[in-house]
Design a protein around this ligand. Structure first.
Ligand code: SAM
Length: 283
C-alpha cells in the first residue's frame, strides 16, 4: 500500500522490459501521479504493464519549476512516483532536486531497489567491487576530462563512467594519455539482446573500437590504481634515464616530459611525480 503524501522513487528497466520489480509495478499502479523524465518514452513501458496512472513530465529543463508543483501535490496528500527513462532516477538522471526538496519539507520519500547500469557493469566487469567510484559522464571538454582523470590517477578504486558510444575512443585515448595503459572494461547494451563486455588494456580496446566503432549504450570501467603503483615504480628508472638524456641533448623539460610520456604510454603527471620523488631522495 502506498502512503498518502509520499514520493516513491522507482527504477525502471535499462533495456530488458522484464527487469522491473513487482513492488515497482504495484507502486506505479497505486500512486496518484507518476513524474517521468520523458512521458512519451515512459508511456510505452506503462502501456506494456497496463498502468494508467496520470503522467507528469519532470526533466532537467523544468526540474526546478516542476519540483515546486509536485511538492504542492504531495503536500495536498497525493502520493507520487518518480521514474526516469531508464534505471535509477537521480543517478545521472533528473531526480535529486525533487528528492532534496522533499527531504527539506519533511515529505516522506522511499527509494525502491532496481536496475542501474553502473552497478550492473561493475559486477560484470570482474573488477574489484569492494570500493569503487562512480563519476557518471566526464565533461565534454578535453582539458576538463583530463583534469578529472589526473585527479583520480592514484585512487585504489574501480572507476565507473557513463559514456556515449561515439565518445568512447576519445575517452580511452585520454585514459591512455593520463593514466597509462590501465586495464579497462566496456559494458555495452546491458540486459539487451546484444549485451557485450570488452575487457583489456586501454590501448587494446582503443584499437578494437578504432576497427569496429562501438554502438549502443556503454559503461566504461577503469581498474584501480592498486598494483599500478608498483608497476609505475619499476618503470620510473627508465623514464628518468630517458628524461635526463633528452634534457642533456637540449630538449626543454616540458617537451622531454611529453616525449617520454608518449614513448611509454604513461601520464605526464606520473613521470613528473617520479622526478620530484627522485629529487627528494637525492637531497
Ligand atoms: N539512471 C540510469 C541508471 O541508473 O543507470 C542512467 C541514466 S544516464 C542518462 C544513461 C547512461 O547510462 C547511458 O548513456 C549509458 O552510459 C548508461 N546506460 C544506461 N543503460 C545502459 C545499458 N543498457 N547498457 C550500458 N550502459 C547503459
Amino acid at each position: 500500500m502506498v502512503e498518502k503524501g509520499a514520493l516513491y522513487v522507482c527504477p525502471t528497466p535499462i533495456g530488458n522490459l522484464a527487469d522491473i520489480t513487482l513492488r515497482v509495478l504495484d507502486t506505479l499502479k497505486q500512486v496518484d501521479f507518476i513524474a517521468a523524465e520523458d512521458t512519451r518514452h515512459s508511456r510505452k513501458l506503462l502501456a506494456h504493464y497496463k498502468i494508467k496512472t496520470l503522467l507528469i513530465s519532470y526533466h532537467e529543463h523544468n526540474e526546478r519549476q516542476r519540483a515546486a508543483e509536485l511538492i504542492a501535490r504531495l503536500q495536498q496528500g497525493q502520493s507520487g512516483a518518480l521514474i526516469s527513462d531508464a534505471g535509477m532516477p537521480g543517478i545521472s538522471d533528473p531526480g535529486s532536486v525533487l528528492i532534496r526538496q522533499c527531504i527539506e519539507k519533511g515529505i516522506k520519500i522511499d527509494v525502491l531497489p532496481g536496475p542501474n547500469a553502473a552497478l550492473t557493469a561493475l559486477v560484470l566487469s570482474g573488477m574489484p567491487t569492494d570500493s569503487f567510484l562512480y563519476l557518471g559522464f566526464l565533461p565534454s571538454k578535453k582539458k576538463e576530462r583530463q583534469k578529472i582523470l589526473a585527479e583520480i590517477a592514484e585512487l585504489p578504486y574501480t572507476i565507473i563512467l557513463y559514456e556515449a558510444p561515439h565518445r568512447l575512443q576519445r575517452t580511452l585515448q585520454d585514459i591512455l594519455e593520463v593514466l597509462g595503459d590501465r586495464e579497462v572494461a566496456v559494458a555495452r547494451e546491458l540486459t539487451k539482446l546484444h549485451q557485450t563486455v570488452h575487457r583489456g588494456a586501454a590501448s587494446d580496446l582503443l584499437a578494437e573500437f578504432e576497427q569496429t566503432p562501438a554502438k549502443g549504450e556503454c559503461c566504461l570501467l577503469i581498474a584501480p590504481a592498486k598494483g599500478q603503483e608498483q608497476v609505475l615504480k619499476n618503470q620510473a628508472t627508465d623514464w628518468l634515464r630517458d628524461l635526463e638524456k633528452l634534457e642533456a641533448e637540449g630538449v626543454t623539460g616540458k617537451e622531454a616530459l611529453r616525449l617520454v610520456a608518449q614513448k611509454y604510454g604513461i601520464g605526464k603527471n606520473a613521470i613528473y611525480k617520479a622526478k620530484l620523488e627522485q629529487k627528494k631522495n637525492t637531497k
